[in-house]
Every structure is written in C-alpha cells, then in structure tokens.
Design a protein around this ligand. Structure first.
Ligand code: NAP
Length: 239
C-alpha cells in the first residue's frame, strides 16, 4: 500500500472532502483540516469505513500557531508529508466597493491568501524532503477577471498564481511542484455566500466537487518529473 501523506484544508466539505475521499481510495493517508470538527470527523469516518486511512486535525487556517502544531503532529505521526491540497476559502455576499467592509476584505484575504502562505511555509521543510506537490484550489477569478467574484476574493485568488509561480521557481531544486487549480462554478455550499444564491436548476449544470477531486488526483498522480502549473476547469454551460 502507498504510504504517501496528503494534508487537505477545507477537508470537511465540498472539494476538500471529495479530494479526501478520492485520495484515500487511491491509497494515500489523508489528514483533513478545517474549523468544524464534526464535519471533518464525518469525512474521516466515511474514509475509514471504505478501508482508507484518514484523521482529522481541526484548526483555523488563520491561526499560524495551530498550523505549525498540526504540521508537527503530521511529521511525528507519519514521518513524512507528500502533498498539500489547499481548499479552505472564504467569500462574502457584500463584496463590492459600495458594500464591503475593510474587516471583511481582511478576513477573505487572510483565509484565501495569507493562510495558504502560512501552511506552505510550515509544510515546506517536509515537502522539500519528499519532493512534494502543492495543489492550490484557486478559482476562475484567479485565472481571469470575473466581475461578480468580489473585490477581496478576486484580489486574493489572483495572488495565488504568484504563490504558485514563486514556489515553482524557487523550490524546484527540491522537487517541489505546485499547481494553480482554477475551477469555474462548482455546486457546493460555497455558493451560499453569493449575493444571489443559485437555485437547484443552476447548480445542476455546474461542476461537482468530485470533478475537482478528479483533477486534484490527476495532479497528485503525475510522475515526479512532471509539473502541472495551472489547470482551468469549466462546466460546459459556463460562459
Ligand atoms: N464552489 C465554487 O463555485 C468555487 C469555484 C472556484 C473556487 N472555489 C474555491 O474552492 C475552495 C473550496 O470551496 P468549496 O466550493 O468546496 O466550498 P466549501 O464546501 O464551502 O469549502 C470551503 C471550506 O473552507 C473551510 N474554511 C473556511 N474558512 C476556514 C478557516 N478559517 N480555517 C479552516 N478552514 C476554513 C471550510 O471549513 P470550516 O467552515 O469547517 O472551517 C470549508 O470546508 C475554496 O477555496 C473556494 O474559494 C469554489
């Protein structure tokens, strides 16, 4: 059995949870993090019920001390870390210059951007040892301008492209590789944060969390000499 370890943020729901299930089914040891311990435990129980290996490390990605402690726990427990899938993310219904607050702007940038840097920074020593893979779940809004995505969300997701490029430029000698994964609309709870929440008919033609898990697994399965810099995935219905 494969003993590679992947640490997934946002692992209690949506794309993170789907990727946790897919990675465990492919033989990876899965560690899931997020704030809701009960949601994480449900994912762990489902994985273990299918014969996979997973455990939960609940945390707020904005808490650098908790992130560092979680990385230490992974290192002590497994002695390795081979991949990160960073899916924790935030948006807000009030997202335009005429209705957002600076506090909300900060919270979104902290979660979508600074926390990604915090986790990569904590995990890099292990990733250098393993020649690890980083999958950053960004967005269509990180790939091209999306007028309705919001000020803070667009700014934070766009900057993830630079996080990925600097990682790839500076860490390649250790075999570290990173992917800027940019999904279009995906039918998850995340859509409840939109000013106008899509109905069931709109969600029916969107991507699913499992579609994104398939893409993340494609990246994780690439042989060590292969880097997938950016991956944009759209539902056919999206214009
Ligand atoms: N759905 C879409 O259409 C879409 C499209 C493109 C990109 N994305 C991106 O895809 C990623 C995954 O979202 P999703 O669609 O799968 O929705 P989701 O189910 O709402 O997932 C978001 C996850 O982020 C976690 N999270 C949020 N703030 C956190 C914090 N401070 N600390 C730890 N975890 C935190 C949440 O867990 P807790 O609440 O338990 O902390 C949740 O599991 C996000 O980064 C989002 O920006 C979504």
């Amino acid at each position: 059995m494969d003993d590679r370890v992947v640490w997934i943020t946002g692992g209690g729901s949506g794309m993170g949870a789907a990727t946790a299930r897919a990675a465990a089914a492919a033989g990876w040891i899965v560690v899931v993090s997020g704030r809701r311990a009960a949601a994480l435990q449900q994912v762990v129980d489902a994985v273990v019920g299918q014969g996979g290996r997973a455990h939960a490390l609940p945390l707020d990605v904005n808490d650098a001390t908790a992130v560092a402690a979680a990385h230490r726990e992974i290192s002590q427990r497994y002695g390795r870390l081979d991949a990160l899938v960073l899916a924790a993310g935030l948006n807000a219904p009030k997202r335009r210059w005429d209705d957002q607050t600076v506090a909300s702007f900060r919270a979104i940038v902290d979660t979508n951007l600074t926390a990604v840097a915090t986790i990569v920074d904590a995990a890099l020593p292990s990733l250098r040892d393993s020649g690890g893979t980083v999958v950053v779940i960004s967005s269509y809004a990180g790939w091209s301008f999306q007028p309705n995505a919001g000020v803070a969300y667009s700014a934070s997701k766009t900057a993830l492209a630079s996080i990925v490029r600097t990682l790839n430029q500076q860490e390649a000698p250790s075999g570290v590789r990173a992917t800027h994964l940019c999904p279009g609309d995906v039918a998850t709870d995340f859509l409840d944060q939109r000013p106008e929440v899509p109905d069931a008919a709109a969600r029916a033609v969107m991507l699913t969390a499992d579609d994104i898990a398939d893409a993340a697994m494609f990246v994780l399965a690439a042989r060590p000499g292969v880097r997938i810099d950016e991956l944009v995935i759209s539902p056919v219905a999206q214009r």
